[in-house]
Design a protein around this ligand. Structure first.
Ligand code: NI
Length: 192
């Protein structure tokens, strides 16, 4: 089942989400629905607050990006061919390497894409969908998506990284999104 995506302006996107335990009700169903919602809306990641759940859960699939790379872009990224993973109770332990720019978007902030600088490597402690504890290092586009989704469970959005002037220029568009004055091909819920 696809779930409606919470639009920019909603309070839940600004909250620090909580860890969960294996007895969280209907977790398997929620994860399945998040995958379905993410693929349906052509996203590469989706965090629980974006489907109105105040919990530390996100899904991501960087394999999709590598499937669509041009020939001359192949072999450029350290994380090819990408990963597809569920992250529960994620906590970033370390960020390493040079910051690099990538044009990011967000399903909660449709039709806005901006260059965001982030470190190239992330070390994250998390549990997989079976609640097996892991600590792993990710690089490249995979590390990028993990940091973007991780921000969601910390109540942060990619536009927070923009310079004040750039942010100001987007003000009108952001207001339109929060008021639902946009035409989307996936379901969204707007703040009241
Ligand atoms: Ni996002």
């Amino acid at each position: 089942m696809t779930l409606p995506i919470v639009a920019y302006g909603a309070a839940i996107l600004r909250r620090v989400a909580k860890d969960i335990t294996p007895d969280y009700p209907e977790l398997k169903k929620l994860i399945d629905d998040m995958w379905e919602t993410m693929y349906y809306s052509n996203g590469v990641g989706l965090a629980a607050p974006q489907v109105n759940k105040d919990i530390r859960l996100f899904v991501m699939d960087s394999k999709q990006i590598f499937e669509h790379l041009e020939e001359d872009e192949k072999g450029v990224y350290a994380d090819e061919p990408g990963v597809k993973k569920v992250f529960i109770n994620a906590h970033i332990k370390q960020l390493n390497g040079e910051e690099w720019a990538y044009n990011e978007g967000c399903l909660s902030i449709p039709k806005i894409r901006e260059d965001v600088y982030r470190p190239e490597e992330v070390i994250v402690e998390y549990m997989d969908e079976n609640f097996v504890q892991k600590t792993e290092t990710f690089k490249g586009i995979t590390a990028r998506i993990i940091q973007h989704e991780y921000d969601h469970i910390e109540g942060k959005l990619f536009i927070d990284y923009l310079k004040p002037l750039r942010r100001k220029m987007l003000h009108g568009k952001l207001t339109d999104i929060s008021k639902g004055k946009i035409k989307m091909d996936y379901k969204m819920v707007y703040p009241k």
